[in-house]
Design a protein around this ligand. Structure first.
Ligand code: SAH
Ligand code: SF4
Length: 441
């Protein structure tokens, strides 16, 4: 039996998909890179913006024919949009869906899958597969998934205790739950022993990590960074997404003193206007955010900081938007994602008039995006004529693709063969947009 996974949304979803894929493999399924041939398709959905949800829902709709061709096929819908829309609603709209596993139920994936597969029973399915869904306790990771060639996604917490007024995440993922440090470290050690070189620690506010008991000397996020830094085989450590409120000197120092922690942080700011930040309930001000940036740069003058912005938030005036534009340069960001505000049912801001006209949202989005693209191109160009270490992610016939510690993508040629996971010194010869090109030394 073959399975295929389609993941929408953030890296937390990527990590959840990998966890569910391991459960499928423990039950006799083998991964397929082609949806058409699969006996089981798992669609892991996102609902953070309406557009993300629409994409996942339209993908589901297109699977009706696949299911019709063989009704024994199994369609599983998981994740945040599944949680928001609910099982009843999804099964009514898409009768070809067999199983719905909302984001809050991912820990119960094994049991739900076994129940679903029991009627009718399917040949080749082994319901006695090990129960891997127990995210909070240690599991044996015997082999890597096909897409795990370089990076290990390791979630350290689930849920979010914040209540940003625009955000649907707390309602679909629930309150924060921290994974025991011993379990996190065991997963990192196992994946590094199997050959993965990069670890990406994941959580909605990953730096609020504070497990209920200290294990392996780890009682907070700074401690976790230091401990992962010691794991043999790990060469690069990244994390997503830190929240500015929890960014303190202890974390900045742990980063600076851990040689494998990448000099890159994605630190979402959302807006440069104090009024908007307050209505977003972000729990920091513009100047407070800038102080966090200084704290980071004092500890690591070479750090790259990228961010997220939302434009067109309810009540955002032209003056508010100008404050965002000026912050983009003042904070000296190295890159950004810019999102147009999307009203999400059930959030606080959904009760406020979505009063920035679409044309203004579009114009603000375009202006900020082009400012950030310009900044990000300049920052990329600064690497030209420098020698940098590249972690190889994939290889073509004559060239290789990889990443700098700062997160920039590099295409390079080489006289010798390299494999994904190799660290190669590269002379950077050119830049285009956010990507670099070069030649292996
Ligand atoms: N936990 C992270 C963000 C997770 S959501 C944090 O707090 O930093 C990822 C990004 O999606 C956010 O940073 C925000 O920029 C964007 N986003 C979230 N809700 C949104 C909404 N309703 N409309 C537009 N963008 C949104
Ligand atoms: Fe959403 Fe705010 Fe939590 Fe991030 S911190 S997931 S934006 S509620």
């Amino acid at each position: 039996m073959k399975f295929f996974v389609e993941t929408f949304g953030c890296q937390m979803n990527t990590s959840d998909s990998q966890e569910m894929a391991r459960s499928l493999m423990a039950r006799g399924f083998v991964p397929s890179d082609n949806a058409r041939d699969a006996d089981c398709i798992l669609v892991n959905t996102c609902t953070v913006r309406q557009h993300a949800e629409d994409k996942a829902v339209s993908f589901l709709g297109r699977l009706a024919e696949w299911k019709e061709a063989d009704p024994r096929r199994v369609l599983v819908v998981a994740g945040c949009a599944a949680e928001r829309l609910g099982e009843k609603n999804l099964k009514r709209r898409f009768p070809h869906v067999d199983l719905v596993v909302g984001a809050k139920s991912i820990d119960r994936f094994d049991r739900l899958l076994d129940e679903c597969m029991a009627s009718p029973p399917r040949d080749g399915f082994d319901a006695r597969g090990e129960d891997l869904g127990s995210w909070s306790r240690e599991t044996r990771i015997e082999r890597l998934l096909p897409e795990e060639t370089v990076s290990a996604h390791v979630s350290v917490m689930r849920g979010c205790n914040y209540a940003c007024s625009y955000c649907v995440v707390p309602s679909v993922r629930g309150r924060e739950v921290y994974r025991p440090a011993g379990t996190v470290l065991s997963e990192v050690r196992q994946k590094a022993a199997l050959g993965l070189k990069e670890v990406i620690l994941l959580g909605q506010t990953v730096n609020s990590y504070r497990p209920s008991a200290a294990e392996d000397g780890v009682s907070d996020f700074a401690g976790l960074l230091r401990a992962v830094n010691q794991v043999p085989g790990v060469r690069r450590i990244r994390f997503m997404s830190p929240h500015p409120f929890y960014l303190d000197e202890k974390t900045a120092n742990a980063m600076a003193e851990s040689e494998n922690v990448c000099r890159h942080m994605h630190l979402p700011v959302q807006s440069g206007s104090d009024g908007v930040l307050e209505r977003m309930r972000r729990n920091y001000t513009r100047s407070g955010f800038l102080e966090k940036m200084s704290l980071l740069r004092r500890a690591m003058p070479d750090i790259f900081v990228t961010t997220d912005f939302i434009v067109g938030f309810p009540g955002e005036t032209e003056e508010d938007f100008r404050a965002t534009i000026s912050l983009a340069s003042e904070a000296d960001f190295d890159g950004a994602y810019v999102f147009k505000y999307s009203s999400r049912p059930g959030t606080v801001s959904a009760g406020w008039p979505d009063d920035v006209p679409e044309a203004a949202k579009e114009a603000r989005h375009g202006e900020l995006l082009s400012l950030m693209e310009g900044i990000s191109t300049k920052k990329t160009e600064a690497f030209v004529n420098r020698r940098r270490e590249v972690l190889v992610e994939s290889k073509g016939e004559h060239s290789f693709e990889g990443r700098l510690r700062e997160g920039r993508k590099v295409f390079f040629t080489s006289g010798t063969p390299h494999r994904p996971g190799d660290l190669v010194p590269v002379d950077i010869t050119g830049a285009s947009g956010r990507t670099l090109k070069g030649r292996a030394v």
